[in-house]
Design a protein around this ligand. Structure first.
Ligand code: ATP
Ligand code: MG
Length: 463
């Protein structure tokens, strides 16, 4: 968590001047940069001209109320975190406001600490959203490659290759363990070049029966075999100037391999049941998670086809060899799954992240996505922590070699600190000023720690 009050721009819209002035002054004293507006329309103009980092709207205003104002503001700045101030008893409208996309609401009378806390949370959330966007832009740097996350030299090299081959005719072989992203990369090769508007046809060689694969690929004449009721074009023709993706090419039967080789070399083929040679110009991208050289050695794969395919090979390294990518992948999928599963997890603890980075990921990125989806189906914490991860991963914690003494000390101190502040909050009913006075620790610092630990002081208020 990274939010700080310093310099963050906060727009406040409230039609009651005394309240507005009080709030603006208080927020300024906390280190925010603040503009207050009495009129809704002026507030909206400020959003355009001043680009605030967060906004606070009063819910009950004559004319356009806070809910309508929220909707308008989000049209202008979809990422803007908005906090609504609601009078006691107007919970229904605050629920409605949350549905229009407000970030949170506070019920009056509220203390300034809770405003500060909520604002920091909102800013952090905003920050995270912006980071996701930047990440998406960075990974989408080759234009259409959005959806491929990673910053490691290894994935950058893969993307460079994709870029280099996208606009060529060459056949490409993508190799890599299961779940490394072979299909994603095949798509990127297609959409990264001038074929992007043309068909992309996937042929899963592992699931199509041997007897059918030839007619699937090259088509057949009416009556060529039982069930062939009419002439039918195969995928290489249907794809026209697009791409045919031969997934799991290692599974293609030997007889078919020869025909495929000829197609790759001459761009000609014969439909099953015909004798006439036809031409087609679809681009072939193939993928395999098998060791094709081994398949050649044991006689299951033609050597000539192997070398033909291997001319342009894009190997995708397993995730454990590019562990720098685990963090951006986790952040990316947290954000996507938050939306998909209607969760609002804002981050992951350092210890949990360390476990994920050190894990071997035999199922690679697919395993990571599945794991997050599983965890997020059952949990919705503010911060994802070790205790939310599956037992097998938690067990890994004890085997991690790299916890140095100083890291251990830090962890113990953090736990002690957390307990200490929790008991103080309990004692002072969530009043941060009192906690600060008592502990002699700066209030802002306490806020930052609580935010980091995911502790909401408001929860201690009625103790
Ligand atoms: N670089 C990446 N960034 C984000 N998501 C990725 C990335 N690579 C793969 N994924 C995701 O991981 C999952 C597996 O990817 P994909 O199906 O392309 O793997 P694969 O290598 O074809 O696996 P298999 O060999 O099992 O068919 C998909 O959900 C995909 O969206
Ligand atoms: Mg695949």
């Amino acid at each position: 968590m990274t939010a700080t009050a310093h310099g963050a721009r906060i727009l406040v819209v409230d039609d009651e001047r005394p309240l507005l002035t009080a709030l603006v002054t208080a927020l300024e004293s906390m280190g925010y940069e603040v503009i207050g507006e009495l009129k809704q329309s002026d507030g909206l103009s400020r959003i355009i001209s001043w680009q605030p980092d967060a906004a606070i709207f009063d819910l009950n205003m004559p004319g356009m109320n806070g809910v309508e104002l929220t909707a308008k503001a989000l049209e202008i700045m979809p990422d803007l975190p908005i906090i609504l101030l609601t009078g006691f008893g107007s919970i229904d409208s605050s629920v409605q406001a949350m549905r229009t996309g407000a970030y949170d609401y506070l019920t009056k009378p509220f203390d300034l600490n809770s405003i500060d806390f909520t604002l920091k949370k909102a800013l952090d959330h905003h920050d995270q959203k912006r980071r996701f966007r930047l990440l998406a832009e960075a990974t989408g740097r080759i234009g259409e490659f959005a959806g491929i996350v990673g910053q490691s030299p290894a994935i950058t090299k893969v993307l460079d290759s994709v870029h280099a081959v996208a606009d060529t005719e060459s056949t490409v072989l993508i190799t890599g363990e299961s779940g490394t992203g072979k299909e994603v990369i095949a798509h990127a090769i297609h959409t990264g070049g001038s074929r992007r508007e043309k068909p992309f046809i996937t042929v899963d060689c592992a699931t199509i029966p041997d007897t059918l694969i030839e007619s699937e690929l090259f088509g057949h004449a009416k009556g060529a075999f039982t069930g062939a009721h009419k002439d039918r074009a195969g995928h290489v023709e249907a794809a026209a100037d697009g791409t045919v993706f031969l997934d799991e090419i290692g599974e293609i039967p030997l007889g078919m391999q020869k025909k495929l080789l000829r197609f790759l070399e001459e761009r000609t083929f014969v439909r099953v049941g015909e004798t006439r040679r036809r031409e087609a110009h679809a681009r072939i991208v193939a993928a395999t998670n098998r060791d094709l050289l081994h398949e050649v050695q044991v006689g299951r794969f033609r050597e000539d086809l192997y070398y033909r395919l291997k001319v342009i090979e894009i190997p995708i390294p397993p995730l454990r060899e590019r562990s720098e990518d685990v963090l951006p992948l986790v952040e990316w999928y947290l954000s996507r799954l938050n939306r998909k599963l209607n969760r609002n997890i804002s981050g992951i603890s350092a210890t949990a992240m360390k476990l994920l980075t050190n894990y071997q990921w035999p199922g690679n990125i697919r395993e990571l996505v599945n794991l997050l989806e599983q965890v997020m189906t059952f949990h919705n914490p503010e911060i994802l922590d070790v205790k939310h991860l599956p037992g097998t991963l938690q067990a890994l914690a004890s085997t991690l070699p790299s916890q140095t003494f100083s890291e251990l000390k830090e962890q113990v101190l953090e736990e002690a600190g957390r307990n200490y502040f929790q008991s103080l909050l309990n004692h002072f009913h969530g009043n941060i000023t009192k906690v600060a006075d008592y502990s002699g620790i700066n209030r802002r610092h306490i806020h930052r720690l609580l935010l980091e630990w995911g502790i909401n002081p408001a929860l201690f208020r009625n103790n």
